[in-house]
Design a protein around this ligand. Structure first.
Ligand SMILES: [Zn+2]
Ligand SMILES: [Zn+2]
Length: 376
């Protein structure tokens, strides 16, 4: 963030936490969670215990941090060093990030900006060719990024429901505050799963680990017997794959499987892998597996956008509309560079090396990305 932007953003963050504190949901089991926050100097403070929701609120108002986090796990001693915390269990967490989806739009809107002269490049380079300054990658998020992340979210909700018996009503879905979605499952049958079991759960959800054998074939895709091939009614990924192939080939699933093997021969494994990649949600497995993680706290502001990590009521919602934290008051800012973006139903930019008047939320959005600072 530009040194002139930091005090301004800090002030508007402080106003947000002061004025909205009663609307920020405090996580359950507050006294058993580890809290942490990132300061405006980018220092991470962790291992904080709060004994009551009031203590969390007091901390938010007092510190008004750049980012606020709470552990997914519950501990006997949340304030102790990690190895002495005494783990009791934890929420199941999922992270879907549009940045990880290799979307074609990323190439059109992500860019590299010189930290010294402000020149912008669409491709990664060692240094700025003009002034040799260092280049920083700025990941942008567009409507297409959000709709792609939503598709992954829908796939994830389906697998959780069909294969784990976790209903939509038992899952808290949040816009992450930047480019994706976070899921929190609190107090489920799965809360005692350890790190290894969570890693396995994430791997299963990603559709990884399907082998010829698990699909009823020999390692070289010969048939053991027709019974062992998945049908439309098989549970889990076997059935999901079977239903997809049945639809694709417009024939009973077992016949479709045989057709796949016939058509693809020794490339069958890679064909199946491609189909599963398409059907499986892309999640950040490390987030689900990591029981020691502190995860952005719902209702708090994202340190790269100034948007709220906001609960999703309906998938039709536009998060660039619902997660805006600040008001319309015009701020005079110098924008080094910004592609077009939309916030609160308005379209801004593109801007290049110009002074503009922006509503506070749009000014903060650009400042958090290191692209603007206040001017008179
Ligand atoms: Zn430069
Ligand atoms: Zn995009």
């Amino acid at each position: 963030m530009h040194p002139l932007a930091s005090p301004f953003v800090k002030m508007v963050f402080k106003n947000y936490y002061f004025n909205k504190i009663s609307s920020i949901p405090i996580p359950l089991h507050v006294e058993q969670r580890e809290f942490g926050y990132m300061t405006f100097e980018d220092t991470m403070i962790r291992h904080i215990k709060c004994s009551s929701p009031g203590e969390v609120r007091a901390m938010l108002v007092k510190e008004s941090p750049k980012g606020v986090y709470a552990s997914v796990s519950y501990y006997e001693f949340p304030e102790a060093p990690m190895e002495e915390k005494s783990w009791l269990g934890g929420d199941i967490a999922f992270d879907i990030d549009s940045d990880a989806l290799n979307l074609p739009c990323k190439k059109t809107h992500d860019f590299y900006i010189c930290q010294k002269c402000g020149d912008v490049y669409s491709q990664e380079m060692q240094n700025c060719p003009v002034c040799k300054g260092s280049l920083e990658k700025i990941g942008w998020v567009c409507d297409n990024c959000i709709s792609a992340a939503k598709k992954e979210l829908v796939k994830l909700l389906a697998v959780l429901d069909e294969d784990f018996g976790i209903r939509r009503d038992d899952i808290d879905v949040y816009f992450s505050g930047n480019g994706g979605y976070h899921l929190h499952i609190i107090g489920s049958n799965y809360e005692k799963l350890d790190q290894a079991a969570r890693a396995e759960m994430a791997e299963y959800i990603s559709g990884k680990g399907m082998t010829p054998k698990s699909l009823g074939f020999t390692p070289r895709w010969a048939i053991f017997n027709r019974e062992s091939i998945p049908s439309e009614y098989s549970p889990g990924w076997r059935g999901r794959l079977a239903r997809h192939l049945a639809e694709l080939y417009d024939m009973p699933a077992k016949d479709a499987f045989l057709r796949v093997v016939e058509d693809n021969g020794n490339r069958t494994a890679s064909f199946i892998e491609k189909v599963i990649d398409m059907l499986a949600p892309t999640i950040d497995s490390a987030v689900t597996a990591d029981i020691h993680r502190i995860f952005r706290m719902p209702g708090t502001l994202h340190n790269k956008s100034g948007l709220i990590k906001k609960k999703v009521r309906s998938l039709d919602e536009d998060p660039f509309l619902t997660s805006v934290a600040f008001d319309e008051e015009a701020q005079s800012v110098y924008v080094v560079f910004a592609p077009r973006f939309s916030l609160a139903g308005k379209i801004f930019g593109p801007y290049k090396r110009e002074k503009v008047y922006l509503p506070t939320y749009a000014a903060v959005y650009l400042m958090m990305k290191g692209l603007a600072y206040p001017v008179n």
